[in-house]
Design a protein around this ligand. Structure first.
Ligand code: BGC
Length: 404
């Protein structure tokens, strides 16, 4: 058995997002999308809006030091020029509860969902998108600045754009490379300008903030079957588009104080269409999780090493899985933490790790079928129950080391 030790100040946490857990978010473009497409509806989700104190108490009991939450834009800004103080105060209460428990918050301003009105005036490909988002950002950050110092402006911009504009399986559901480019450019602008605005708000108070995005990165490997050379070319192209373009841009604009990394799996790529495609062969070697993703802990190590070039601290803002057995959750956790600790020992500055997710939740177009939580949610009674992986994680968080 080997021991892997983590730095003393290491930030152990778990993440959630508003739409996936709160419930009652009917002013969001996702709510309309579920209806229009006949998907399973989030509706009450996990009732986290009401039960947040219970959820945070569990997090504390699991020895976590931090929680990543997101704010629901459609609650705070239900009409283009209207901000709802009741909702802003709700989030103040949420943050005060975290403070009372000594849990550090990392707060995301945009986690995939938009207000209905924003969807109707053109979503992220609309000309006014950055301006509207930045109004919400300024109002919200100003309101909560005394309770938060670490922000994620946007969660997984490339996933949002891919799902919304390339696959068109998420809102706004506009299949178009041109609109995809427009949306990504607008999000990039919103992040660069947003970072500056946040810094100004904090500087006026003599405070400092830490700003990033949560960047989903995959390890892209060419499919070893079929046209191997072309697959290799497509894998490189996908890696460049999905992993690096926006990061290079944001880092060179000085918009990031740290890198938020969401890592889940690797992807086998096949040469198809303009930007390659996820390979449909199902016979690649290696483990799959319940969602069919290629589990590849070594990929976390490789991606962390490749992020070293930016010379910025890194926080793993998401890593997790949905599985059919308790053993598989535990194995995923431990193997990824070993990869992480190897990267740290090779000089990569990783300051924290957030498991996705604290509680089971609404998994977008997959409804409630996938269960990423440390804590199981019974969707008929809303009772919470610890999964064995939660106890394994709690031990690691307490001892700051992992034995495997
Ligand atoms: C997203 C989460 C999602 C998780 C699991 C991440 O890409 O940020 O919202 O639930 O993956 O699919």
């Amino acid at each position: 058995m080997s021991k892997f030790k983590f730095p003393d100040s290491f930030l152990w946490g778990a993440a959630i997002s508003s739409y996936q857990t709160e419930g009652g978010n009917f002013q969001s473009d996702w709510s309309l999308w579920e209806k229009e497409k006949g998907l399973e509806k989030a509706e009450d989700a996990c009732k986290h809006y009401q039960l947040y104190k219970e959820d945070f108490k569990i997090a504390k009991e699991l020895n976590l030091k931090a929680i990543r939450i997101s704010l629901e834009w459609s609650r705070i800004n239900p009409k283009p020029d209207e901000f709802d103080e009741v909702e802003l105060n709700h989030y103040r209460e949420v943050l005060l509860e975290l403070k009372r428990l000594g849990l550090k918050p990392i707060v995301t301003l945009h986690h995939f969902t938009n207000p209905l009105w924003f969807g109707q005036i053109g979503s992220w490909h609309g000309n006014q998108a950055p301006d509207f988002f930045l109004k919400y950002l300024v109002k919200t950050v100003d309101y909560l600045k005394d309770l938060v110092d670490t922000w994620v402006i946007v969660n997984e911009p490339c996933v949002f754009v891919y799902k919304g504009y390339i696959e068109a399986s998420w809102p706004p559901g506009n299949k178009s490379y041109l609109l995809a480019k427009k949306a990504l450019d607008n999000i990039t602008k919103a992040c660069i300008d947003g970072a500056q605005l946040i810094r100004n708000i904090y500087a006026k108070q003599g405070l400092t903030s830490k700003i990033s995005i949560a960047k989903n990165m995959r390890l892209f490997n060419p499919c070893p079957l079929g046209k191997v050379k072309l697959n290799a070319y497509a894998a490189k192209l996908r890696e460049y588009i999905f992993n690096w373009v926006i990061l290079d841009h944001l880092v060179s604009a000085g918009a990031l104080d740290y890198i938020g990394l969401n890592y889940y799996c690797r992807e086998f790529v096949t040469f198809k269409g303009l930007i390659g495609a996820e390979c449909e062969h199902t016979d690649h070697k290696g483990k799959h999780n319940q969602a069919g993703w290629y589990v590849y802990p070594q990929g976390l190590f490789e991606i962390l090493k490749s992020l070293k070039k930016y010379n910025l601290p890194i926080i793993i803002t998401e890593n997790g899985t949905t599985e059919n057995s308790d053993e598989a959750y535990g194995q995923y956790l431990k193997e990824h933490l070993i990869s992480l600790s190897k990267a740290i020992s090779q000089g990569v500055k990783v300051e924290g790790y957030f498991w996705w997710s604290l509680i089971d939740n609404f998994e977008w177009d997959k409804g409630f079928s996938q269960r990423f939580g440390l804590v199981e949610v019974d969707y008929s009674s809303y009772q919470r129950k610890l999964k064995p992986v939660a106890l394994e994680y709690a031990k690691i968080c307490q001892e700051n080391k992992i034995e495997y």
